[in-house]
Structure formats: structure tokens, C-alpha cells
Design a protein. Sequence first.
Length: 159
Amino acid sequence: MRLSTAQILALRPTVDRPLPGRLPVDVLHGQEALNGQGDLASVLTVLLLGAECRYRCLMCDLWKATHLGATPVGNIPAQIRYAIQQQAAHNLTASNSAVPTVTPASQQWIKLYNAANFFAPVNVPTQDLKEIATLIEGYDRVIVENHPRILTDHILQFA
């Protein structure tokens, strides 16, 4: 059985959705294996607050952490800037700790998750891509989420 978008929306519970804001939903600091030799990458994961994905998948509940309407220009870069500042504060605290809590990482990664599609202008305004690229240019790897049906020239320009 295939459900229409209207049927999927009708099945959703009522929730208080966030308003557009300058802070991300969450900022996570961690490490991931870089290879089989025990090398680690330091990973900053940013759960961005933005507009809902245009695809209404039945099993997805990420829409609960999105706002209604398009993401305002400048909003995503502000959230990323905040997350990078939080990472710097986290790294400073960890380096000043008497007991090391993390193993030094050989690479720095950033994951930008927006509960939608990174290259859909309603989710991440095209005007913001250059500023975002500048903010994250020091990372060795950048990971974003994007539906394969949204493949545009913006991806190559961003890369």
C-alpha cells in the first residue's frame, strides 16, 4: 500500500515545532575510527535546525525537530559558527583536564545534519553555501545529508 503525502501528514501526531533560531538542535563531540591501525578522527556533529525535508517518508520522525517555512538566510552559518566555538571550548576543557579523556586525533571531521537535504535551497539557502564552506574549510572531511534526487551544481561548487 502506498500512502500519499496528505495521508502521511494526517498520521503525524501534533507536536510543538521549533521556531527558526540561531542555535543548533545539538552539538556532539566524539571520535571515530579513521582506519584499521587505531588512528582516530575527531568528529564535530552539528544537528542543525532548519526547514522540514520536502520528502515525507512514513518512517521518518526528524520533521519534529524542524521548523515550518524556509530556513532564513544566515541562520545555518550562525549555527555552524556556534558549534565550532563550542568545539573550541570543549577541546580547551579536555586539554586542561588532569586526566586525558580522549586520544589525540590525526584528522578533524565535521558532520552537518539538518534533518533534510543540505543542497535544497529551502533547507540551506544557496546564498549561505559560500560562507558555510569558508567556516568549515579547515576540516579534513565534511559530511552532509542530502537526498540522491537532489543533485545540483551547488554540490560541486560547495566541494
